[in-house]
Write a protein of this length. Sequence first.
Lengths: 109, 166
Amino acid sequence: MESLFNAAKTVPLNHYILLSSIIFSIGVIGVLIRRNAIVIFMSVELMLNSVNLLLTAFSVYRGDATGQVFVFFIMALAAAEVAVGLAIIVMIYRNTNSVDVKVLNRLKW
Amino acid sequence: MSIFYFIAFLSILFSVLVISAKNPVHSILYLIITFFTFTVQYILLNAQFLAVVNFIVYMGAILVLFLYTLMLINLNKDSEPVKSNMVKFAAVLGGGCLFVVIMGSLKSLGASQPVLLKNPDLGLVKNLGKILFNEFLLPFEISSLLLLSAMVGAVLLATKDPKTTT
């Protein structure tokens, strides 16, 4: 395990920020281009995960374990969010027979 | 050093495949691989507790939940909604603009130091548990309330209304 870490220790912090922002942007694009509510949810998960990776990288960089505790809380939050969100999607499907977010446009105002 | 870039390339590739796959089941399978590459990144950072939690909670629980929901609502390919090319182009442009803005602010930081592990047992269960149950005891208890309320809410939302079914 230590040798595996030594393999990665020459990576600059900027590259972690680069990787996380690329994944985050892909998540944003995924939310915008898809109309299937489940795929939109998966893109949100992608965004949450990129933030988790960045928090862990900063936590290791600063030598402070608080960032990793935050990642733990974000994971608990994501689990709760997915459970409620998928229940809402199942309810929408039962009422409208579709998971297209377009059918929800009556929700405005 | 090169293993980081290889894993980073894989996670970018599979996350692009997640949002571009036509079939939602394929999207979920690609998302599982993406989360696995994130687990490898955590191991490279020596955050072993987070690697195990990511493996169990994300790949084990959340994605199985996604897969079950998708199979329950039984989508076929005809019902898959497709956006027009114009909207897709605008969405990619918007996401690209966000990325460019982040990169522009990152450029002003200049070169950064490499990520070095000063304390080798930083991400181990023993160290994290001490911090979690001393400084973060109240947020930990509140997150248990959050999970309980999410569970009650999910059961309440997903069960059929008895008035409409009978």
